[in-house]
Design a protein around this ligand. Structure first.
Ligand code: TXA
Ligand code: MG
Length: 323
């Protein structure tokens, strides 16, 4: 891979992981693969390192960060788990689930990660390289997705390099992310559990563990500012639920029988497999966004299971934006 030649990109082998852990301990920024998307990581206890994440991404300070831990016990040192939160963690960790929990009274996690809230989003990733890095540095790692604020999340090391380049001290290349969509975020800090962001841990699976699960934003103060409508903005307008595409449009297809006639077509999954579609989504959106077309037409995707998360990201990518 050509980006492997860049001085700040290292393969996620033992030596690469060791080098990345050293960068983190010294307060630097490391982009690393997880099963969902690449994260832009820093020592979550180091205010200056966490501040550097916001600067590198151009991320507004009111948007809090997810902190990654080796295991449940490490996350439980910094946050308060009730029995429901513990049940979710035991079932879905390590994995693509983030829990918003009250901060523990003595927590040493930088307050910047909470962005003024009294909660912290925590997650134990399952990806081998992420686990190796967490073990090697023995730190909690604050990590948003490793893209510029408001842009599509990176699912390959090359996407990180294209977006952030030398703003990152080291990029660990562990290949493409197997899931390809950001983690499911569930707010467990209020009276009722609330699904703030759909993801690969599906609503259906969560409901097997929880009696109730509210949707979307709570009334009152913004709880997940990153969930603002226009968030995954490609350059071209997106036309959702399209059944045809004209010759000046690109087509993001799904299923065995896409319409003909588009300037360029990429098929998320010919067999109609939602996992395959999720893994391809961001890379295909990027690729079609580079085509000289007037818009990207997107075929309908079923809305059950992982399809809910895919449709959530597509709706955000299609939302009208300010600038
Ligand atoms: O899959 C993922 O979650 C990736 C990988 C790197 O772990 N990370 C990621 O982070 O997607 P980010 O920052 O791009 O998205 C985190 C989302 C944002 O919508 C943020 O507003 C929300 O989680 N969030 C973080 N802390 C929160 C908190 N204390 N309360 C409510 N929402 C929170
Ligand atoms: Mg993000």
């Amino acid at each position: 891979m050509s980006e492997g030649l860049r001085y700040n990109v290292r393969a996620a082998d033992e030596a690469g992981v060791r080098a990345a852990a050293k960068v983190l301990r010294e307060g630097g920024l490391v982009a690393f693969p997880t099963e969902t998307v690449y994260g832009l990581g820093a020592d979550a206890r180091n205010d200056r390192a966490v501040a550097a994440i916001f600067e590198a991404k151009g991320r507004p300070r009111f948007n809090p960060l997810i902190v990654h831990f080796r295991h449940l016990a490490a996350a439980a040192e910094e946050t308060v788990f009730d029995s429901r939160a513990r049940a979710l963690a035991e079932r879905f960790w390590p994995g693509p689930l983030s829990l918003v929990l009250p901060r523990a009274p003595g927590s040493r996690i930088s307050l910047l990660c909470s962005a003024g809230l009294d909660t912290l989003a925590v997650r134990v990733p399952g990806h081998e390289s992420a686990q190796a890095l967490l073990n090697a540095c023995a730190l909690p790692i604050a990590a948003p997705s490793a893209n510029l604020a408001g842009r599509i999340s990176p699912t390959r090391a090359a996407d990180v390099v294209a977006a952030l380049g030398e703003r990152v001290d080291l990029v660990l290349d562990g290949g493409p992310c197997p899931i390809g969509l950001e983690s499911t975020v569930v707010d467990m800090s209020g009276a009722a559990p609330r699904l703030l962001r759909p993801g690969a841990v599906t609503r259906e699976e969560l409901e097997e563990e929880l009696e109730t699960l509210e949707s979307g934003e709570a009334e009152g103060p913004l709880r997940a500012p990153g969930q603002l409508a226009s968030h995954y903005a490609p350059e071209h307008p997106l036309l959702l639920d399209a059944l045809r595409a004209t010759q000046d449009q690109a087509l993001l297809a799904f299923g065995p029988n896409p319409p003909r006639g588009a300037a360029r077509t990429l098929n998320l999954s010919v067999s109609g497999d939602l996992r395959e579609a999720a893994a391809n989504l961001f890379a295909f959106l990027r690729a079609l966004d580079e085509a000289p077309v007037s818009a990207i037409a997107v075929m309908p995707i079923p809305s059950y299971g992982l399809g809910a998360a895919i449709n959530d990201r597509l709706a955000r990518a299609a939302a009208p934006r300010d600038a």
